[in-house]
Design a protein around this ligand. Structure first.
Ligand SMILES: *Cc1c(COP(=O)(O)O)cnc(C)c1O
Length: 408
């Protein structure tokens, strides 16, 4: 795979040979630890930092106000930057192959900061491709931050651009249908307008959008990056110029990540490649079993793989949600255990029903985030939850795909 080796960018001023993604996952953001006589990264919970040189502080704050670059020297105040969070940012930037990354309190705080940066430059118009995560769709559709959105398909992006377009937004694979977008083609269509790719579902293990021309790569770090269902966080990987603007917005609006969350995310990254590959293998296996099952009308599984599977049932999807025993019926995704949810009721409920259906999110659709359990245990739970198999020869075996019976 062409994306297995990360760039040689020296975030800590250290020159390094190109290192593979799996190596970066356990070492990036930790380069200084051995020299400090440490092995696990320290957690710095300070909200403020002493300084006897207020002239120096004035100069550092002026510099931040101009460029948004991280202040040199010791930290100033928790809302301006935190050393533990910075380790996670450094590591994620390495994995995505970008100059920088800026962490936020949640994925939605990260997206909000991007919209505020572009809006503050007078570029309020956004071009977006459905489906997006339900709340991202809602934020744009409701114009909560003063943006105006034009929804289009990937082929319509170039025609939808206006002089005041500040951003193009896509998700690939998209939440919840797992529809994929040709990132290189869309990046080309964007011209000089920055393309934001929500890479939450693929993670940098399967796809690095910056290599395909995306200027901003967004994650709900709540999902695979944290990986254990116990951290709410967001992050944007991008070039240093945009990162500076994002840090300025974060400082002024306060959507910062807690240092303990930064620690847990850095720890989560170290097992990201192993978790994603293991869960993806199980997900691909389950996708094939579902596709061959007469109780399932359609299976969505992306070409690039991944640990998410979506499927449409012939019967009542609410019955399936009510019948799982090992799998947890819950929104969110990317944890070590398997979760299932009904997008039309939960993750995409806030999207207008017609818009939802237009984006391919049918009322029969279930979205499953496959974890690290044994595949036979998962299949036995799903098999039970799908209910009675139709009688052989009953004529309702309407699986609409021949082998490989997978959409997307
Ligand atoms: C969950 C999710 C978000 C929102 O992230 P939060 O951390 O819940 O704020 C954004 N994009 C995608 C694709 C998501 O799945």
């Amino acid at each position: 795979m062409d994306m297995d080796t990360t760039s040689t960018r020296a975030h800590d001023g250290v020159r390094t040979a190109p290192r593979a993604l799996a190596t970066e996952a356990v070492h990036a953001g930790r380069d200084d630890l051995a020299r400090q006589g440490l092995h696990a990264p320290p957690i710095d919970l300070s909200t403020t930092y002493p300084s006897y040189d207020s002239r120096g502080e004035a100069a550092r704050i002026d510099a931040f106000a101009t460029t948004g670059a991280e202040p040199d020297g010791p930290p100033v105040y928790g809302r301006l930057g935190n050393p533990t969070v910075a380790r996670f940012e450094t590591a994620l930037a390495r994995l995505e192959g970008t100059e920088a990354a800026v962490a936020f309190a949640s994925g939605m705080a990260a997206l909000s900061a991007v919209l505020l940066v572009r809006g503050s430059m007078g570029l309020r118009h956004v071009v977006a491709v459905r489906p997006l995560y339900g709340c991202s769709d809602h934020l744009l559709t409701a114009g909560l931050l003063g943006s105006e959105v034009t929804w289009t398909d990937p082929a319509g992006v170039a025609d939808a651009l206006r002089p005041d377009t500040g951003l193009v937004i896509v998700e690939s694979p998209a939440n919840p249908t797992l529809a994929e977008v040709d990132l290189r083609a869309v990046a080309h269509a964007c011209g000089s307008v920055p393309l934001l790719v929500d890479n939450t579902f693929a993670t940098p293990v399967l796809q690095r959008p910056a290599e395909h021309g995306a200027r901003l790569v967004l994650h709900s770090a709540t999902k695979y990056l944290g990986g254990h269902g116990d951290v709410l966080a967001g992050v944007v990987a991008c070039d240093e110029e945009l990162a500076g603007r994002l840090r300025q917005v974060r400082f002024a609006t306060g959507g910062v990540l807690h240092p303990l969350a930064g620690y847990l995310l850095l720890r989560g990254l170290s097992t990201l490649p192993v978790r994603v590959r293991a869960a993806s293998a199980t997900a691909a296996d389950l996708a094939h079993r579902l596709a061959a099952d007469p109780r399932v009308a359609r299976v969505h599984y992306p070409r690039i793989g991944g640990a998410m599977v979506a499927f449409e049932v012939h019967g009542d999807p609410h019955e399936v949600i009510g019948a799982v025993r090992l799998i947890t019926p819950a929104v969110s995704l990317g944890s070590v255990d398997t979760l299932i949810q009904h997008p039309a009721s939960i993750s995409h409920r806030i999207v207008d029903a017609d818009d939802r259906k237009g984006a391919g999110v049918s009322d029969q659709l279930l979205r499953m985030s496959v974890g690290l359990e044994d595949v036979e245990d998962l299949w036995s739970d799903l098999d039970g939850a799908l209910g009675r198999r139709p009688d052989r020869g009953a004529g309702n075996c309407t699986n609409n795909h021949d082998a490989p019976a997978l959409a997307n």
